[in-house]
Structure formats: structure tokens, C-alpha cells
Design a protein around this ligand. Structure first.
Ligand code: 13P
Length: 248
């Protein structure tokens, strides 16, 4: 099965830096067996989408509003994302929850609006360190899924990918073990299958994915790919992660 490798640039790169990155990336390879998705900042989406025309790589946003237009100063709508060349959007990232107070309910509304604009969703879930220490990670994640997806219809799930990102592993270099990540991705799939009667959901792992641990993660049967932060900003390193997925 081909894997999904998504890059979350977070708040990094100006448009000119993104164009340079995309040129370097395309010089190495243009077409991929895996699904490669770049999620740069809003200001880089259009130029990156233009640059990647002719490649199989896709573009996504890192957030969006739940309305298509209106008096929401500083916001970007899902319609704008789509028109800028994005096919995906990351929603529910723990950094949005921690620094911008996004609730599961708000994320649910954003998911609805993004789906209505024909965007595919990369929906992030994950427990914090304290919750992991108390061994309540499964119920924490199940509650996040239930509360966020409560207005999502079963037929909309085909356009949703879940990214399991334990908060304590994000940007810390402390990746979870492949076995632990596998167990969590399987738990999420079993939950979706049982409760939404949908057996095809894809689940990615995110949190300190690097070329050094990618292969062992991708060997796991229930890990369908990765959402890569820091390591995606380096063309060589990100290409190694993609190659690890393609050589499984
Ligand atoms: P890092 O790969 O930098 O740990 O970030 C993971 C992440 O948050 C991707 O969304």
C-alpha cells in the first residue's frame, strides 16, 4: 500500500524561500508512488502550487476558517485555500489548540466547511505527556474524535485522514517507538471502524519523524504514513523520508 507523507512547514519559509525549496525538491524527483503533500504557510500556498504543477505532489493549508467569506479580519477561508491550489488542510493541530484556544467543536465546524469546499482533511489528534503518564491516551483520543466529528456524516469520512501526533513527541526529538505508534494507529482505526462503520480510514503518525526512524515506522501495518514537521524543511532529509516510504 502506498504511504501518505505530509509536510507541515508550520510558520517557516517566506514565499521566495518556498520557491527555492520547491525547485531543489523537484530537481531530485517529481513523481511519487506515495502521496506527498506540502502544507506551507498561507503566503506560500499559491506559489508552491504553481511550482509543483506537473509533479504528483499536492498542497495543503495548515488551518482555515469555517466560513467562506465575511468580516473575519485576518482569517483565510477554505474557499480561498482551494482556489489557491490546495487540496488538503490540516485541522486540529495541537499547536492551534494550545496557542489559539481551538476547541474540538470549532475544529468540527472547520472540518465541515473544508469538506464542503472539496478539501481533504488531515485531522490531528494526540495526548499530552501528563495524559500518557496516566495511561489515559486511548480515552483522550477517542473523546477528541467523538467531540470533533460529531456532525460528520459517514460518507464524509472518506475525505478525512487522521494524524496521530502525541504532543510530547512534537519537536522534541522524543519520537514514540514504532510499536507504540502502531498500537495507537490501530486503536484509532478500530474505533472508527466500529463506531462509524468505516474500515478504510488512513492514520498517519507525527512527532519527531526523521530519516533515521521513518523506515521502522513505515514497516508497521497500521501506520499509513507520516505528518512531518521540522525534518520536512530540509529537502534532502524530507526526500529520504519519502524514499523510506517508497522502499518498504
Ligand atoms: P516535528 O516533526 O517537528 O516533531 O512536528 C510534528 C508535527 O507537529 C507535524 O504536524
Amino acid at each position: 500500500m502506498s504511504k501518505i507523507i505530509a509536510a507541515n512547514f508550520k510558520m517557516n519559509q517566506t514565499p521566495s524561500e518556498t520557491i527555492k525549496y520547491a525547485s531543489e525538491f523537484l530537481n531530485k524527483k517529481q513523481n511519487f508512488k506515495s502521496k506527498v503533500i506540502f502544507c506551507p504557510p498561507f503566503t506560500s500556498i499559491y506559489c508552491m502550487a504553481e511550482k509543483l504543477k506537473g509533479s504528483t505532489a499536492k498542497i495543503g493549508g495548515q488551518n482555515c476558517h469555517f466560513k467562506n467569506s465575511g468580516a473575519f479580519t485576518g482569517e483565510i477561508s477554505p474557499k480561498m485555500l482551494k482556489n489557491s491550489g490546495a487540496d488538503y488542510v490540516i485541522l486540529g493541530h495541537s499547536e492551534r489548540k494550545t496557542y489559539f484556544d481551538e476547541s474540538n467543536e470549532l475544529i468540527g465546524e472547520k472540518i465541515k466547511a473544508a469538506l464542503a469546499n472539496n478539501l481533504h482533511i488531515i485531522f490531528c489528534v494526540g495526548e499530552n505527556e501528563n495524559e500518557r503518564m496516566q495511561n489515559i491516551q486511548n480515552s483522550v483520543i477517542i473523546n477528541q474524535i467523538k467531540n470533533t466529528l460529531k456532525n460528520i456524516e459517514k460518507n464524509e469520512l472518506k475525505n478525512i485522514i487522521i494524524a496521530y501526533e502525541p504532543i510530547w513527541a512534537i519537536g522534541t526529538g522524543k519520537a514514540i517507538s514504532p510499536e507504540q505508534a502502531e498500537e495507537m494507529c490501530k486503536m484509532i482505526k478500530d474505533f472508527i471502524n466500529k463506531n462509524y462503520n468505516h474500515g478504510q480510514i488512513k492514520v498517519l503518525y507525527g512527532g519527531s519523524v526523521k530519516s533515521g526512524n521513518a523506515k521502522d515506522l513505515f514497516k508497521m501495518p497500521n501506520i499509513d504514513g507520516a505528518l512531518v514537521g521540522g525534518a520536512s524543511l530540509d529537502v534532502e532529509e524530507f526526500m529520504k523520508i519519502i524514499n523510506a516510504a517508497e522502499n518498504i
